[in-house]
Design a protein. Structure first.
Length: 295
């Protein structure tokens, strides 16, 4: 079993067919089928169940695929580390960001680009759970995201905590009587649109638990992992939302009103995170440094 065979195998898994995999690899189908057969014979296992033209991984195939991705990723990291020994800071840096805390990123990117103009970026977005998966799969090196995060193998730099605020449609002005702040109990009957992760606990549970602490069950009419979508729905008059204050720096809408929550005790936490005990490119290390200083 060699690296090339693992690359072939992973491509077959990702494409779902020998024909598509061969096309992506710019090779003929028979040699690719032969490589797969050799791999199965060497391991003495069946790696795929063939259902018509589609190929689905067996349990043994799933184990090999997971390990193969790790091996190929580590190989790429080793190549990059060797190349960077004698080179300056350049290349492509992959960063993840949750939309609700994206405001922490633009100034750092600008400052970084001024100092290291040879670096380009790939930016991936998603909720905290999805960002964590991207990091574990090494599709990104760093991420700016909300906490809590159910991962043990990460390091982080925490940002200052910040309050949550209520955001309501402009047409609801009469409900608050021109107030700039409001008590939690006064939102008891407001239809709420709340951030909710695809998987795991986070902002949704923080907000709903705070409502219960004030003696009422929140009237949640919509859950969504995308902060920009929530704020668009607020400006359309669908309902109100409760989000960390910095969320509005990137997605402030003219047709929405921001109200302070007088007696809320909850504070939002966010951080830049990266995998513990893994090689970081020079550009990733330099980016982390920008979060250790004020920009």
């Amino acid at each position: 079993m060699d690296i090339k065979q693992l690359q072939y195998f992973c491509t077959i898994v990702q494409e779902g067919q020998i024909t598509r995999a061969a096309k992506k690899l710019h090779m003929a189908q028979p040699p690719l089928s032969h490589q797969l057969k050799q791999l199965e014979e060497e391991l003495d296992v069946k790696l795929f169940d063939r259902i018509g033209r589609k190929m689905e991984l067996t349990k043994s195939g799933s184990v090999l695929y997971e390990r193969a991705l790790q091996i190929l990723s580590e190989l790429d990291e080793a190549k990059n580390e060797v190349k960077e020994t004698n080179e300056g800071v350049k290349g492509k840096l992959s960063i993840g960001a949750s939309k609700s805390c994206f405001a922490f990123l633009p100034d750092r990117l600008r400052a970084f680009r001024e100092k290291y103009p040879l670096v380009t970026f790939q930016l991936r977005e998603g909720d905290t759970y999805y960002i964590g998966e991207l990091l574990k799969n090494r599709e990104i090196e760093l991420a700016v995201t909300r906490l809590p995060l159910e991962m043990d193998d990460i390091e982080m730099i925490r940002f200052p905590t910040e309050p949550y605020v209520l955001v309501i449609p402009e047409s609801w002005q009469q409900h608050i009587h021109n107030k700039t702040s409001i008590k939690m109990i006064d939102i008891k009957n407001f239809p709420l649109l709340l951030l909710h992760r695809i998987n795991g606990k986070g902002q949704f549970e923080i907000v709903t638990n705070e409502c219960r602490r004030h003696g009422f069950e929140p009237k949640v009419i919509l859950e969504c992992p995308d902060a920009s979508m929530l704020l668009s729905l607020v400006t359309a008059g669908v309902g109100a939302t409760i989000v960390p204050k910095s969320t509005l720096q990137s997605y402030y809408a003219d047709k929405a009103i921001v109200i302070e929550l007088e007696d809320a005790t909850i504070q939002s936490e966010s951080a830049i995170i990266w995998l513990k005990n893994r090689y970081l490119s020079k550009s990733a290390s330099r980016m982390i440094e920008t979060f250790q200083t004020n920009v």
